[in-house]
Design a protein around this ligand. Structure first.
Ligand code: SAM
Length: 437
């Protein structure tokens, strides 16, 4: 079991698993540590449908049973393929794909992902919402929240608001506000012992399990207050500890009698193809406080010169004006989703699509705008094969005629901007996102 560099598993953890699974189950559970880790990708249906992706994928794909757009892949390098940079898929551990579909998020709803970074489940929820409604993706850790923004942008999500706030701060602003809430809680990570063995095992202790359980209890309490009567709450972890899973939910239900459990599931690596995961689906009773109203956007629109520059850019370089309400914050223009709430007093990292910057009378488009568009939205395109796209992703200049901003495409899917002039296309792929080596 401990071959291949696997560190020894904590004896208190093993004793608990043995008691939970019984002798036979425990034996199978131990044997799962000798098997390879499962890798997965989830096709991003905001950009490409599943069948089309199956046709163009260079990886062998095998469906994940609990997520219709999920596939097992053998490739370790899925994160370096140009289709990844084009946001055609998200690399996600297969079991981690199981929780978000349980929320049954729908277009037009107000959905909160309270512990959202790096964004696997947020982007999964965004796919279910198909760009309609408002998806609030919150992350407490600032560095992780920035990665969340990058993933939301790469996948072309238009209706997300990324916040960097503590759950208690949000609970004060959004009482009974959301239709659906996902709490993918920070946990002791026992389900990751196979995947990130060294880190997950080194951080494990019984005291940390108790610490995580108390933190989860507090997070769930804040989440409960933000859910409208009749709304749905999905709680998930990647650990096996009952105090963080079924025990946590039992305590939650006893402390919140308005909630009832619809179902729960624990995925074990010896019973399914995936790492450890747990989810519980509950609903808040239909009777209760009045639903939180939309907090209207206080400050609206964009100053006339910035709007005019944006419109001139669209007329020259796009085939249609992208959807969304134009909003200006400093020099930056955003396209906000419909029914956007006031973000006054909240630490907002991103609202809707970052369209670009207005400076010295000119509009310069943002990378996120290109990622939110389809090939047919651009007036000019540069079409690359997957091999050619690697050069663009490394920052190279491309050959190409014409003049003006162009959508750079890989096999027909937008990767970013280029700017044509004098027989070349200048590379506008953001330096911080480029392929290195
Ligand atoms: N849902 C994410 C996904 O699918 O990509 C993974 C979320 S991860 C399991 C839990 C997240 O909760 C971490 O990013 C962590 O920084 C954040 N977190 C830590 N402490 C928190 C707290 N007190 N309240 C809310 N979130 C917290």
């Amino acid at each position: 079991m401990n071959g291949g560099g696997m560190p020894a598993l904590p004896s208190a953890f093993l004793a608990r698993m043995r008691a939970e699974l019984g002798a036979e189950g425990y034996e199978a559970f131990l044997q799962s540590y000798a098997r390879p880790v499962c890798r997965g990708i989830r096709v991003n249906t905001l950009k490409i449908d599943r069948e089309e992706f199956e046709k163009i994928s260079s990886f062998a794909l095998r469906p994940v049973p609990w997520e219709e757009n999920g596939f097992y892949v053998a490739a370790e390098k899925a994160g370096r393929h140009s289709f990844h940079f084009a946001g055609l898929y998200y690399s996600q551990e297969p079991s981690a794909m199981s929780a978000a579909p349980q929320l049954a998020a729908r277009p037009g709803e107000r959905v909160l992902d309270l512990c959202a970074a790096p964004g696997g489940k947020s982007t999964q929820l965004a796919q279910a919402m198909r760009g309609e409604g408002i998806l609030v993706c919150n992350e407490t850790d600032p560095a992780r929240a920035r990665i969340l923004v990058q993933n939301v942008e790469r996948l072309g999500v238009r209706n997300a608001v990324v916040l960097n706030a503590s759950p208690d701060r949000l609970a004060a602003v959004f009482p009974a506000y959301f239709d659906k809430i996902l709490v993918d809680a920070p946990c002791s990570g026992e389900g990751m012992f196979r995947k990130n063995a060294r880190e997950a095992v080194a951080n494990w202790s019984e005291a940390n399990v108790s610490f995580c359980a108390e933190r989860q209890r507090a997070i769930l309490g804040f989440a409960a207050g933000m859910l409208r009567p009749g709304g749905r709450l999905v709680y998930s972890t990647c650990t096996f500890a009952p105090a963080e899973d079924e025990g946590q939910i039992e305590r939650f239900l006893s402390e919140h009698p308005a909630f009832s459990l619809l179902r729960e599931r624990k995925i074990y690596p010896h019973e399914a193809e995936g790492e450890g995961h747990y989810y519980a689906v509950s609903e808040r009773a239909a009777e209760g406080p009045e639903r939180g109203a939309f907090l209207p956007l206080q400050r609206g629109g964009a100053p006339a010169p910035a709007r005019a520059a944006f419109e001139a850019f669209c007329a020259e370089n796009l085939r249609r004006v992208p959807a969304g309400t134009l909003f200006c914050a400093g020099d930056v223009l955003y396209l906000l989703p419909q029914n956007m709430f006031s973000v006054k007093g909240l630490p907002v990292l991103r609202a809707g699509v970052r369209a670009g910057e207005y400076r010295k009378g000119r509009f310069e488009p943002a990378h996120a705008l290109a990622m939110s568009l389809k090939a047919e939205d651009f007036a000019r395109t540069v079409c690359l094969t997957a091999a050619e796209a690697e050069r663009y992703l490394r920052g190279e200049t491309l050959p190409g005629g014409g003049k003006g901003w162009c959508g750079v495409l890989v096999e027909g899917y937008p990767l970013g901007w280029g700017k044509a002039s004098g027989g070349v296309v200048k590379n506008h792929y953001p330096k911080g996102l480029r392929l290195v080596k």
